[in-house]
Structure formats: C-alpha cells, structure tokens
Design a protein around this ligand. Structure first.
Ligand code: NAD
Length: 485
C-alpha cells in the first residue's frame, strides 16, 4: 500500500495515566491488521483491569482535588484552544492513521479530520458564554441560583469506524464541562487516541484530567462497571449500548449513547434525481458503508422507480474502488475480515429474501488482497426483509418503492432505529412537512449535513442524548438548584 512515509504508524508502548506515560502492568498485546494487505501492521499493549483502575483513580483524584473542575470556564477554554491548535498541526497524520487502520479513502479522511480541532474550538467558545450559573426568582420573591456542574469522572468509549471524531465529541465536551476523562478507544483503532493524548499532554492540562487506556471489550466492561465512573459516553452498536445502560442502571451512572442506524432518504414524488445524486453517492455508503448515519434505505415513488435506477445505478457502477491511499479512490475495503463476512451474509440474505440484485453483490475484480466488496444495490426491497431492517454496516443499499406520501412515511419509520434521514423535493416546505413525520434524531432537506456545532443523535434504538452543539455539553453537566430561604 502506498502511504506517506513521514507518518510514523506506531502506537506508544505505554498508557497515558495521571499525566505520565506508564508501562503496562501485564504483557497483553493487540494486533491491527491492514484492511488492504490483510497483514498485521501495528502491535500495541492492551490495558488490563489494573491499568484501568489506575486511570480511574487518577481521574477521580483530579476531579476531587485538582484545579480543572474549579477553574473559570475561560481558563479551561484557553487550554482547549491549545489542544485544537496542536491537533491542527497533526491533521495529515490523523488522516493517514484513519486511512491505514480502517481503509477509509485518504481523499475523505483529509476532508473530515479538521472536525476534531473544530470541536475543541467550538466548546472553548461555548463555555465562555454558557450559563453555568443562572440567578432566578421564586414566586414568593426569594432568590434561586441554578448551577450547572460537571458530572464527574467520565468514561469515553468509541468505535473503530471514525475513530478520532467519535472520541473528540466526548472528550471536548466533557473537558469543557469540567469533567475528568478516561478514554477507551476501539481495539482496532488506537492511533488517533494516542495523538489526542499527546496533544492534551503538550497543551499542559493538569495531571489526571485526561487518561488513555486502550483495550478491548473486556477492558470496556471493567470500565463501565467501575463504581468511580459517574458517566459513560458511548458510541457503538445498539447491543453494546443496551448492555452499558443495564450495567449503569445499577448505580444510576449517567449514560449517553450514540448507536446504530438504518436511515432513509425519501425522494418525494417531485424530487429532482439529478440534484439528489451527488449527496446519495457520498452518503448512501460512505467509508464503504461503515458509517452510522449512512442513508441505506432509498425510498422512491413506484411511478418513478425505473427513472431512479437509471440515474443511480450507473453512478454506483462508476465508483472507483481500490487502495484507500490513492487520492483518486472513492471506496476502499471494509475495515476487517469479520466485517466482510457479515456484509456478504447480508448480500446472501437479500438474494434469498426475494430482493432484486440491481448491481454489485460480489468482490471487485483485480483486488485479490484486501477486504473489498462491490458497492451493492438491491431494488424491490420491502420493509419486512432482513436487509431493510438490520444495520448492515457495509456498501449495501436497499431501494424501496412507495405509493404516496403516507406510504412513504410509514415505510421510512418501519425500523427500530431513528438516527438520520434525508428528504428530497423541489418544494422545501413540502419536504419540511414530511421531515416532521419522520421518527429520527436528524434530517437534511435535499442533501446530507452533519455539523459538530449542532446536536446529533438518535430516536428509539439509535441512542439517547445528543452529541455536538450545546446539547453535547449538557450531557456532561448536572443541575444543582440552590434556594435562598
Ligand atoms: P461495538 O459496540 O462493538 O464497540 C464499540 C466500543 O465499545 C468499542 O470500543 C468496544 O471495545 C467497546 N465495547 C464492546 N463491548 C463492550 C462492553 N461490554 N462494555 C464496554 N465497552 C464495550 O461497535 P463497533 O463495531 O466498534 O462500531 C460499529 C457500531 O457503532 C455500529 O453499530 C455503528 O452504527 C455504531 N456507530 C454509531 C455512531 C453514532 O454516532 N450513532 C457513530 C459511529 C458508529
């Protein structure tokens, strides 16, 4: 695989705990396999329960006795701006880390990585004016002071598909609130978390405010069960999210959950398919479909189904699939072997379930190594089919026909998820009216926008709470009401 040789793809052999790079307490190691060459490329230590306990103890000490939660918000903001500047210096390295571990095209990762710095800057600006203290009056004329205080020691657990930004959403908001953090990235993608830890160290944040303990499922489970963790900020699968909520319910630890999706793009009867095409091409299967908010169900009027397929299929067939390190590549491989196995299982289920395979379905010719799957479109899909109900997390899109707007709304909402969506129409007011009928946490009219300065999250089994925007800060705050008698 071609890659920028200046980028050292090596994870440090230590964990970041209490402001120091500390040696692992056990010799457990994790391997990362390249999605392109199928060869192991990175070996790094996995945190054991004892390492995680040390990280939580450091975060607890920093929260109870350190300056961070007690600082003026403007002082915290200046640290966050320093972190943003340090991240900005390393964007090229962050983009390559993403491309190398996940197989996301370098053209895309380069475009997206500045969001990480944006999030730190955004929360720095927000807390300068945020009403952490609100003086009010009771009906009897007495004074009331409503305070917003940091929740405490927080665990930030993230998945592998967009490794840095899904961690940054939590860390930037949690730190801005005055919390102390223990980060546990996905075992498949530790590199960006190390870069973040280095930036936080260089920015001079007090000891113990941010701690990094990369580990797998077992380590994550130990972390969420830890009695000193006041809150878990989690992004990942719905199944693990439910497990975390059940565990946290025992001690009523706070949780915010960003989970799976099966989002619909609804092309209303008057939609302009040519206008819709660019955003559908990018967002129906971004990062080889491994993005929670992908528009994986395309709802089209039955009367215009053929016209839609004539527009969409040639564009899908024309996607340039190949080495993600090549700037011309539009779609790379799936991130790991188990992911390809799962996606191929869904393609088989689509065929067996009676959907029409309109394009793709196999492995691309000429790419013998790497976890590649062709971009795949099924038409004549009905909402009861497995491929229409379950999150595939691969480059597989279902085209579902509808008769009228009521039928479209019913089909769009026929899912246990509710993360994202899009509505296309030449009439924005009509699209807006339809958008209000969709049971989903986010929507775009005539395109797809996810902006970290605005809330993002799910209805139903797509999650709980919101990340981004002021709502993302609220996730890390408790409300205290002080009455003056
Ligand atoms: P996953 O749920 O398997 O793992 C996510 C993280 O949780 C990893 O760090 C993992 O090590 C950890 N984990 C696993 N079991 C745990 C346990 N018992 N206790 C504590 N931590 C545990 O998900 P994944 O395969 O890494 O990511 C893909 C999923 O993430 C998809 O379902 C996708 O839709 C979802 N996702 C959601 C969003 C969103 O914002 N809503 C964004 C990206 C991905």
């Amino acid at each position: 695989m071609t890659r920028n040789p200046a980028i050292p793809l090596k994870a440090p052999e230590r964990f970041f705990i209490n402001g120091d790079w500390v040696r692992p307490r056990t010799p457990r190691m994790l391997d990362i396999v390249s999605p392109v060459t199928e060869e192991p490329i990175i070996r790094y230590p996995e945190a054991a329960p004892e390492d995680i306990d040390a990280a939580v103890a450091a975060a607890r000490d920093a929260f109870e006795h350190g300056p961070w939660p007690r600082m003026e918000p403007s002082e915290r903001a200046s640290y966050l701006r320093r972190v943003a500047a340090l991240i900005t210096n390393r964007l090229e390295e962050i983009a390559w880390a993403w491309t190398t571990q996940v197989g996301a095209p370098i053209s895309l990762t380069r475009k997206l990585v500045p969001q990480n710095a944006t999030l730190f800057r955004y929360y720095a600006d927000l807390i300068e004016t945020y009403p952490f203290r609100d003086d009010r009056r009771r009906a009897d004329g007495g004074a009331v002071r409503v305070l917003r205080e940091p929740v405490g020691v927080c665990a930030a657990i993230s998945p592998w598909n967009a490794p840095m930004v899904l961690l940054t959403y939590k860390i930037a908001a949690g730190l801005a609130a005055g919390c102390t953090m223990v980060a546990k990235p996905s075992p498949e993608t530790p590199l960006e978390a190390y870069i973040l830890a280095e930036c936080i160290e260089q920015a001079g944040l007090p000891r113990g405010v941010f701690n990094l303990v990369p580990s797998g499922r077992e380590g994550g489970d130990h972390l969420i069960r830890h009695p000193e963790i006041d809150k878990v900020g989690f992004t990942g699968s719905t199944e693990v999210g439910k497990h975390i909520m059940r565990v946290c319910a025992d001690r009523l630890a706070r949780v915010s959950l960003e989970l799976g999706g099966k989002s619909a793009a609804v092309l209303l009867p008057d939609a302009d398919f040519q206008q819709a095409l660019p955003s559908l091409m990018v967002y129906s299967m971004p990062i080889t479909g491994q993005v929670c908010f992908s528009l994986t169900r395309l709802l089209v009027p039955n009367a215009r189904k053929d016209e839609f397929l004539d527009t969409f299929l040639p564009a899908v067939r024309g996607l340039k699939v190949g080495d993600p390190a090549d700037p011309a590549t539009q779609m790379g491989p799936l991130a790991m072997a188990r992911q390809r196995e799962k996606v191929e299982g869904y393609i088989a289920a689509g065929r067996a379930g009676g959907a029409v395979l309109a394009c793709g379905g196999g492995r691309p010719r000429g790419l013998d190594k790497g976890f590649y799957v062709e971009p795949t479109v099924f038409s004549d899909v009905t909402p009861d089919m497995k491929i229409a109900r379950e999150e595939i997390f691969g480059p597989v899109v279902s085209v579902i026909g509808y008769d009228d707007e009521d039928d479209a709304a019913r089909k769009a909402n026929a899912t246990r998820y509710g993360l994202n969506g899009a509505v296309y129409s030449r009439d924005v007011e009509r699209a807006y009216r339809f958008a209000k009928r969709m049971k989903t946490g986010g929507l775009t009219i005539n395109g797809l926008i996810v902006d970290p300065e605005h809330p993002f999250g799910g209805y139903r089994e797509s999650g709980m709470g919101r990340e981004g925007g002021p709502e993302g800060l609220d996730n890390y705050l408790e409300v205290k009401t002080i009455h003056i008698a």
